[in-house]
Design a protein around this ligand. Structure first.
Ligand code: NAD
Ligand code: DAU
Length: 347
């Protein structure tokens, strides 16, 4: 079986690629990634010599390249993760998100439609999406698969649009697809622009921890390897034309999470308890900041038997240990050196 994973050099994609390469030696896993600032082949050095792994440097926005790729390789499935993924960047540059998240997704859909059209049997297009498409919850309630789309940021609007395009190709052309909408991930290889890895890095360097607004915004956190496990399960066992919500059953107000992280880091770094909390600085709020996300993951639990395998405290400790033991990775990522090195190697 040939599986195309897009965005496999990013945070979640690298965990998905690693899992598939290791668990399915009879598959060939193609990792297609443009190696933007967020793509890093150092995320995959432990598996890049496996015989069933192939890296392809390419941009999903390049329709000619994508179409030629599908003409020359017979893919049985696509797991699509490539995206611009950071909300703050989407506020600065919405068009970059339209380009990759919408146009890139439609290019992939056209390539599968045109190249699989004679026989969709056994094929599957899997779109990895986000709970942010549902907008914001108040203090109560959970997002279900029936919640109406109501995106508030350019990022979530672009992901909502790509979800709709995937669904429309199912309705219009009969494309076999699945979509999952997942909550906030955390874990190793997370790019240090997102809350948890940014704050780990800043605590190590004794820099300020910029908490947006009053810090009372709530997110539902999931360990990234549990997300990769869910993706594996849905890809193999999910029903075509269905959406599955994935979440951690694990809501935290940002300020409580940051205080917990400070305490774990103080212990690990042999600093006195309370030292890192001094770095907390309340800053201007993110425009359009969604108050609360929380997922009802009962459908994937009941239908496919998935549930998170680690508690937040366990996952956070694994994550903190990983960052402390991989200071070279963190240094390379924050300096940007990796990008120059690897793009030369693969171009
Ligand atoms: P990431 O930013 O870490 O990685 C994105 C990857 O896509 C990078 O390797 C990048 O090089 C690649 N990429 C970007 N533009 C590309 C293009 N035009 N062509 C080819 N490759 C390109 O993102 P992530 O956090 O790993 O998220 C992966 C997917 O999961 C995204 O679709 C995101 O919307 C979704 N998601 C993320 C989270 C989360 O908490 N991080 C939660 C739910 C869903
Ligand atoms: O819910 C899933 C989404 O989670 C994914 O689709 C996105 O790709 C992913 O980036 C993430 O989006 P968030 O905006 O929730 O994640 P972020 O880490 O940027 O922010 C988490 C919360 O922390 C949010 O309420 C904003 C706040 N925050 C973030 C940063 C970077 C701060 O207070 N300070 C910060 O410096």
């Amino acid at each position: 079986m040939n599986i195309l994973v897009t965005g496999g050099a990013g945070f979640i994609g690298s965990h998905v690629v690693r899992r598939l390469v290791k668990n399915y030696p009879n598959y060939t896993i193609y990792n297609l990634d443009a190696l933007t600032y967020a793509g890093n082949l150092e995320n995959l050095t432990d598996i890049d010599t496996y015989p069933n792994y192939k890296f392809l440097k390419g941009d999903i926005v390049d329709s000619q390249y994508i179409n030629e790729l599908f003409q020359t390789t017979n893919f049985d499935g696509v797991i699509h993760l490539a995206a611009e993924s950071h909300v703050d960047r989407s506020i600065e540059d919405p068009l970059a998100f339209v380009r990759t998240n919408i146009i890139g997704t439609v290019n992939l859909l056209n390539a599968v439609k045109d190249n699989w059209k004679d026989n969709f049997e056994g094929k599957r297009f899997y779109h990895v999406s986000t709970d942010e498409v549902y907008g914001s919850l108040g203090i109560e309630g959970l997002f279900t698969e029936e919640t109406s789309y109501d995106p508030n940021s350019p990022y979530s609007a672009s992901k909502a649009s790509s979800d709709h395009f995937v669904r429309s190709y199912g309705e219009t052309y009969g494309l076999p697809y699945v979509v999952t909408n997942c909550s906030n991930n955390y874990g190793p290889y997370h790019f240090p622009e997102k809350l948890i890895p940014l704050f780990i890095n800043n605590i190590i360097e004794k820099k300020n921890l910029p908490v947006y607004g009053d810090g009372k915004y709530t997110r539902d956190w999931l360990f990234v390897e549990d997300h990769a496990k869910a993706i594996d399960l849905v890809f193999h066992k999910g029903n075509n034309g269905e959406t599955y919500n994935i979440g951690g059953f694990n809501e935290w107000q940002n300020i409580d999470l940051v205080k917990l992280l400070c305490s774990v880091m103080d212990k690990k770094l042999n600093r006195s308890q309370g030292e890192s909390e001094q770095l907390i600085t309340y800053v201007k709020d993110r425009p359009g900041h969604d108050l609360r996300y929380a997922i009802d993951a009962s459908k994937i639990n009941k239908e496919l038997g998935w549930k998170p395998s680690v508690t937040f405290e366990e996952g956070l400790e694994i994550t903190v240990d990983w960052y402390l033991n991989n200071s070279e990775w963190l240094k390379n990522v924050t300096s940007g050196d990796y990008k120059e090195y690897y793009s030369k190697m693969y171009s």
